[in-house]
Ligand binder design. Structure first.
Ligand SMILES: Cc1cc2nc3c(=O)[nH]c(=O)nc-3n(C[C@H](O)[C@H](O)[C@H](O)COP(=O)(O)OP(=O)(O)OC[C@H]3O[C@@H](n4cnc5c(N)ncnc54)[C@H](O)[C@@H]3O)c2cc1C
Length: 578
């Protein structure tokens, strides 16, 4: 079946919905989503969305942009960061006007709280910059945007999983998707396609990410030769529930929660004397691991030292219930711990992809390191890399990235499609996907997909995790190549047509393997430590050789590396001290 639209948005998280809202003002727009829209991972975002509103204390977009650049260890494109911080104010008020129920100050303004790495006056002290709706900020953003899209008559194709993109040279002409209900392939022809497919935390064993976060967008594009930017920078959030990885928002520390080791010491005093527990995530995650490795972690069930304590009990029941109700529920359900009374056992969890599909400031996908662009192809949100997060994202800057660049991408599409011709497509653009699905379902016996997934996740966690070194990463690259070889032989066991989740998960596993390989190879290539990429064999940042973005191109089982300049037009790179 073939559908035709001016614009197709793949993904119904915050970034996809915001783009759809803007594009639909002038273009016939469809949103394709493998999940029902409000089940997107944006709905799990807890802590907040940053904007220098200055509602509680003095703040400025310029300080916000600087914090973003420094937080990202100077790999951030500075023009993009300034735009992010400046547009933030309007974006948050726009969400408010659409009915987002933010928490309020006693005077009725949007309330703001502290978050890691957000400071006043270029690093003097923590500032209250995160706007929030209790600890359900993402949920509220998603509901608000979905309502607006319905009101604006955006067409939704829910529970369609895209499996391929139609690219003729550098021109994008649409996508190919499986209808989950029937397993039928549908072709969506469009003048412009925007990818907003979210993150890929599922390449790691312990992650805060939902099961659906399998990086389908970047993987589909990578297989068609689109380069992936800065894949080596993957963020570990310091505070996941021990053993499970479920996120305990940084908002707990923003409200005053503190980290303690086994000796009862507030160990962040050693690592970040000014910001303490509110230092950027890469630093706090490393500090926790360093404490654990030095034998100062708490004792786990298996008698290994593997976690630390996050204590919020001093905040009192009232604050905890009004500002952190969901976190409290998670702790009670999964740990039997009431954060108002006891400390929470936490350990770092794989959380956020700083890298992804390279784009310019309007979401247009970048083709190479010389400024070449694809035509009619866009990406925004976590699957994209614009790059405002550089080597390490600050908390609350992702939700902001979704709305600021979602709006810009959608606006650009609305104009672009006015003058664009209808794209040309080959005779049967769905045939490569159909052939692959026939093969997966031919009833032969193949290796166990579950085992491949487990091996990939454990290998990535152990060898391409918080601390890295040459030997381990080389092994990880080889392992991913071997697992991709095995994957080529896998078969689905369920060969029926209705809601065949076996088939869809198998396709997702292929995507995860491609992204694992790109991540491991990009990490092995970068011979320095910067932001979330911490190498034991190259412990220092090396601006002379490595102040540049990686562009990684998938070529069969190999990864070819190229580079792209970093925009450092505003602030000179300095050592990061907090
Ligand atoms: C637990 C948690 C808490 C967080 N808290 C915060 C926070 O407080 N503040 C903050 O700034 N950031 C936070 N983040 C990060 C932030 O929420 C995410 O980066 C962001 O929501 C991603 O939004 P997105 O629009 O890019 O993608 P998502 O919201 O993940 O949506 C992806 C969409 O793509 C669709 N999709 C994917 N693959 C396909 C396919 N093959 N075919 C069709 N559709 C597809 C899905 O159906 C979905 O609709 C948090 C993240 C997590 C995991």
């Amino acid at each position: 079946m073939v559908h035709e639209f001016d614009a197709v948005i793949v993904g119904a998280g915050g970034s996809g919905l915001f783009s759809a809202l803007e594009a639909s003002k002038k273009a016939r727009t469809a949103v394709i989503s493998k999940l029902y829209p409000i089940r997107s991972h944006t709905g799990a975002a807890q802590g907040g969305i940053s904007a220098a509103l200055g509602n509680v204390e003095e703040d400025k977009p310029e300080w916000h942009a600087f914090d973003t650049v420094k937080g990202g260890d100077y790999l951030v494109d500075q023009g993009a960061a300034l735009l992010l911080a400046e547009d933030a104010v309007q974006a948050v008020y726009e969400l408010e006007n659409w009915g987002l129920p933010f928490n309020r100050t006693p005077e009725g303004r949007i309330d703001q709280r502290r978050f890691g790495g957000h400071t006043r006056n270029f690093g003097e002290a923590a500032v209250r910059r995160a706007c929030y709706a209790a600890d359900r900020t993402g949920h509220m953003i998603l509901q608000t945007l979905y309502q607006q899209c319905i009101k604006n008559e955006v067409s939704f194709f829910d529970e369609y999983q895209i499996v391929d993109v139609i690219l003729e040279g550098n021109r994008c002409g649409g996508v190919v998707a499986v209808n989950l209900a029937t397993s039928e392939l549908h072709v969506f022809k469009a003048k412009a396609v925007l990818f907003a497919t979210g993150g890929f935390g599922r390449i790691f064993k312990i992650t805060s990410n939902a099961y659906a976060n399998t990086g389908d967008g970047p993987a589909v594009l990578a297989r068609r030769g689109v380069p992936m930017e800065d894949m080596e920078f993957y963020q570990f959030h310091p505070t996941g529930i021990r053993g499970l990885g479920i996120l305990i928002s940084e908002a707990v520390r923003g409200e005053g929660g503190q980290l303690f080791n086994r000796e009862g010491k507030r160990f962040m005093e050693t690592y970040a004397p000014t910001l303490l527990d509110l230092a950027p995530r890469d630093m706090v995650a490393r500090a926790i691991l360093t404490e654990i490795r030095a034998g100062r972690g708490m004792r786990g069930d298996k008698k290994i030292d593997d976690y630390v304590h996050l204590d919020a009990s001093h905040l009192g029941k009232e604050i905890i219930m009004s500002k952190l109700p969901d976190i409290t529920e998670f702790c009670k359900t999964y740990l039997g711990v009431d954060p108002a009374e006891q400390p929470i056992p936490v350990q770092p969890t794989a959380h956020y992809a700083m890298g992804g599909i390279p784009t310019d400031l309007d979401g247009r996908v970048v083709a190479d390191g010389k400024g070449g662009l694809y035509e009619g192809l866009y990406a925004v949100g976590e699957c994209a890399c614009v790059s405002v997060h550089g080597a390490n994202r600050l908390g609350t800057n992702s939700l902001l990235d979704l709305v600021v660049f979602g709006r810009r991408g959608g606006k650009h599409i609305a104009e672009y499609v006015q003058g664009a011709d209808s794209p040309r497509m080959g005779k049967d653009p769905a045939e490569p996907s159909a052939a692959r699905i026939r093969e997966l379902m031919d009833g032969k016996k193949g290796p166990q997909a579950g085992t491949i997934r487990e091996e990939m996740q454990v290998e990535m966690m152990e060898k391409v995790g918080i601390y890295r070194n040459e030997g381990d990463m080389k092994k990880a690259v080889e392992k991913m190549q071997e697992l991709r070889g095995q994957y080529r032989e896998v078969r689905v066991q369920d060969t029926t047509g209705t809601f065949n989740t076996d088939l869809l998960e198998m396709i997702e596993l292929g995507n995860l393997l491609d992204l694992s390989l790109l991540t491991a190879a990009s990490a092995e290539n970068r011979k320095e430590s910067r932001g979330a990429h911490a190498r034991e064999d190259y412990p220092d940042r090396d601006d002379a050789n490595w102040l540049r973005h990686t562009l990684a191109v998938l070529e069969g089982d190999d990864v070819k590396i190229d580079y792209k300049e970093v925009d450092t037009s505003r602030w000179e790179p300095k050592p990061r001290v907090y």
